[in-house]
Ligand binder design. Structure first.
Ligand code: UDP
Ligand code: MG
Length: 141
């Protein structure tokens, strides 16, 4: 079993797509193990996107991701990191296939609706940025 961090980004929340996006993961057979609405501050945004600190788009990305609340979710399942990334599509929605979240709902490179961790190690770190252990609910059966 893997866990990954998903964020429905501020554009997705503003457009009323949080439920649609999260329900896709559930319908696929992944489980929501934790969920909360968070208005990220600059410090959390810079920590979450630390790997991009030197990129030309970093400042704009931090402004965007803090522009409104996100839905932060821990998504759990077999190969969850990879399955979620494939369901999201490419970083640029224009290059994303129909049937993916970005390919179905996005046109903008920055405002691309959704974040998903890109490795198990990064997922662990990213989840810890948003959730305490006690906020993540283990499956009973
Ligand atoms: N991004 C951007 N311009 C770029 C590349 C990325 O604005 O040239 C934004 C976009 O919102 C993307 C995020 O920065 O989702 C993080 O980039 P990354 O390369 O990690 O893409 P992801 O893992 O989200 O597909
Ligand atoms: Mg990334």
């Amino acid at each position: 079993m893997q866990r990954t961090l998903v964020l429905v980004k501020p554009d997705g929340v503003k457009r009323g797509l949080s439920g649609e996006i999260l329900s896709r993961f559930e319908r696929r057979g992944l489980r929501i193990a934790a969920l909360k609405m968070v208005w990220m501050d600059k410090a959390l945004a810079e920590r979450h996107y630390a790997v991009h600190r030197e990129k030309p788009f970093f400042a704009s990305l931090v402004t965007f991701i803090t522009s409104g609340p996100v839905m932060a979710a821990v998504i759990e399942g077999r190969e969850a990191v990879d399955v979620v990334r494939r369901m999201m599509g490419e970083t640029d929605p224009i290059k994303s296939a129909p049937g993916t979240i970005r390919g179905d709902f996005g046109m903008e490179l920055e405002e691309n609706l959704v974040h998903g961790s890109d490795s198990v190690d990064n997922a662990r770190q990213e989840i810890a940025n948003f959730f305490q252990d006690g906020e993540i609910i283990a499956q009973k059966d």
